[in-house]
Each structure stands twice: as C-alpha cells, then as structure tokens.
Write a protein that binds this ligand. Structure first.
Ligand code: G6P
Length: 370
C-alpha cells in the first residue's frame, strides 16, 4: 500500500504533490504557444459553435462547483460570454430558462455524479449543447454529452478532490482562451500572456508546494484546535476561499466558512475574535486594495490573520501573523497557486487530528445515487 502512495502517508498528500504532473499531462498537446492559442480538436466543438454560443451555464457539485465558479471568471473575462454557474442539484427540476444557443459545461471529476448527470440531461432536452469536462474516460456524463473535454489528472483516490480541481481549472482556462480567440474577444497580447503563464504552471506549482508546505504544516499545528476558521477571498479567489473551507470541513471535521471578503461586514465579522484564524486570499489583482482593507478589519478584531499574498508584499507581512507567499503571475492564474497551500492546510490539520484523511466519515468519492 505504501508503494501505491509513492512514499506519502496518504493518497491525498500524494495527489496534492502530483498536481504539477497532472497539469502538465492536461496541457500536453493542447497549448499552442506558437500562436498564443489553444488547439481545440479535443474540445469537440466547431469554430461555428464557438461563434454562435450565446450563453454558458456551468453545472457541477462539490469541489467541481468551485472550479466552475472560477471558470465563470475565465469565460466572462477571457471569452466575454455571459456565464452562469449553478449547483447541479439546484438547477435540476427548476424549469430553467435554457435552450438553443446555450452551452452547458458539466464539470465532474467522476463523470457519474447523479445531480450533474440529471441536470445536464434536462438542459439537453431543452435544446442546449452539452460539453462535459470530466476525468474518467467513458463515464456517464461524457457519454450523454455532445462533446467531452477530458482532464488528465490520472485516477484520484482521496475522497477530497485536489488534483482534479486544478486540472478542471486548466480545462476551463483553455476552453475560455479557445472560445475567446474564435469569437475575436481575446486580444493577441493577453492570449499570449495567458498561454505562456499556463505553460509555466507545472514549475510554479512545484515551487509553491515545496516552498510553503513547512510553514503551512506549522500553521496547522498551531491552529488545529480552533473551533471556527474563516477563509476570505474576492473575485477569482472567492471560490478558492470556499474550497479551502470545504476541504477543512470534509477531512478534519473543523467548522470553517469560506466567504466573499466583501460580505464579511454583513455577517462573518461578528465571529472574529482572538481565537479565530482568518485566512485572507489577497494576491496582487484588481481586488487587492479592497481585500487588504478586509485584512485590516480582521486584525482590528484581533483575529489571527494569515495572508496568502504575492511574494514581496510588505504590507501583508506587516499586518498579518503569517504570510503564505505565492509567485507573481497574471491574476487569472493565481487560483492555481493559492489553492495549493489551502489543500495542504486541510491535509495537515486532518493528519494532526488523526482522522481518516482518504476516507472521511459519511462522505463518498462519487455520489451516483439519490
Ligand atoms: C463528492 C466528492 C467530492 C466531489 C463531488 C463532485 O462529494 O467527495 O470530492 O467534488 O462529489 O464529484 P464529481 O465527480 O462530480 O466532480
């Protein structure tokens, strides 16, 4: 069993460390660095489809839903297509206003999640085109879809999804670049910047994992007994705050909340006192100044503030207890890096608590029955 885990104590830790490789495999043959574009043959849509799509609906559950939430930013800011993101369980049965001209992207690691499958079926019956982003080849959702764009993360054993999340982000980014180029909504320079940054990702992710894991492990040790933990983020990193909280709940059974930083004053701020660790995701992006303001507010309430910030952010250092640094990258790329220390944090807290990390109580890897 130790051999299957390649020397790691748990599959989850192994899969966290596999992410640079998973991303490399997922990008292989798809990035067109020469033209600052994406090779679309594996996406399974025609150039005509790309131009005629009027709206995109992203449907997913759990961690895949968080990837879809970040994917919405890609589809809107890169491809400039109106996009909504929906929990599959809330979409199905709602008599959704969807039909011809709409593209549904069903995001599912297993390709078998019942709610996502049924939601996609309902959308198909109403005339929408269905694209599956899945990791398991030949699974139910890709089979019912009009097209399938696979992630190549390899089999994921840990119930809490890690490497599949980052490869889903990669596919959503590639889909957005591909659509943006064909629709004429993505300019040459921005496309090239994104493609080059994606190509660098495996290296950057490796650096972030090895560069942050000791600090993150120390933080997990320090805060393992915290009763509540808050994660705040804005924009592209709001879904990462949600994902950080979900992971902590799932495997360490610690109560955690992920919140849009701008909503902090409408509720969660009441929870903050000196016993509450507050993780603030604040890479240098268009939201930075405002998120920085939230960090100051959390500090003023005596929260234990930990910033996830861009390397060299002196202000983050002077205001927070600890800073988890990530390299300076184009803002759309930051979620690929900020999620890594968040995954490691939940892993180490769970390991210190001695929970069954790979098989958390009450949870299943794939929910195929109602
Ligand atoms: C379960 C798993 C999660 C996963 C979710 C959606 O809850 O424990 O890790 O994110 O299902 O699964 P899917 O296969 O559709 O991505």
């Amino acid at each position: 069993v130790m051999a299957e885990k390649a020397g790691f104590k748990h599959f989850m830790l192994k899969e966290i460390h596999e992410q640079p490789r998973a991303i490399e495999d997922t990008l292989r043959g798809r990035l067109d660095r020469e033209h600052g574009d994406v090779h679309g043959h594996e996406i399974g849509l025609s150039d005509d489809d790309a131009r005629s799509i009027k709206r995109v609906f992203l449907l997913a559950c759990g961690t895949s839903h968080h990837a879809a939430m970040t994917g919405r930013y890609y589809l809107e800011s890169i491809a400039r297509i109106p996009t909504s993101v929906e929990l599959a369980s809330e979409f199905r049965g709602r008599e959704p206003m969807i039909g011809e001209g709409d593209l549904v992207v069903a995001v599912s690691q297993s390709g078998e999640t019942i709610d996502t499958l049924i939601a996609a079926r309902e959308a198909k019956e109403r005339g929408a085109k269905i694209l599956a982003i899945a990791n398991v080849i030949g699974s139910a959702i890709p089979r019912m879809a009009d097209a399938a764009f696979y992630t190549h993360a390899g089999p994921e054993i840990g119930v809490a999804s890690t490497k599949c999340f980052s490869t889903q982000l990669a596919n959503l980014m590639m889909l957005s670049i591909w659509l943006g180029k064909r629709r004429g909504s993505l300019d040459e320079a921005k496309a090239r910047e994104l493609v080059e940054a994606m190509a660098r990702l495996p290296l950057l992710m490796r650096d972030v994992i090895t560069g942050t894991r000791q600090l993150v492990c120390n933080l997990a040790k320090r805060y393992r007994d915290a009763r509540d933990v808050l994660f705040l983020g804005r924009g592209l990193n709001y879904p990462i705050a949600l994902e950080a909280a979900l992971k902590l709940k799932e495997i360490s059974y610690v109560h955690a909340e992920g919140y849009a930083a701008g909503e902090m004053k409408h509720g969660p701020i009441a929870l903050i006192d000196s016993a509450v660790p507050v993780f603030v995701l604040m890479p240098k992006d268009r939201w930075y100044e405002r998120t920085h303001g939230n960090l100051q507010e959390a500090k003023a309430r005596e929260g234990q503030v930990i910033a996830i910030a861009t390397e060299g952010d002196e202000s983050a250092h002077s205001l927070s207890q600890d800073v988890i640094e990530v390299p300076d990258v184009p803002e759309a790329i930051t979620p690929f890096l900020t999620v890594l220390p968040m995954q490691l944090y939940s892993y180490y807290v769970a390991d210190f608590k001695g929970t069954d990390v790979d098989q958390p109580r009450n949870l299943a890897k794939t929910v195929t029955v109602e």
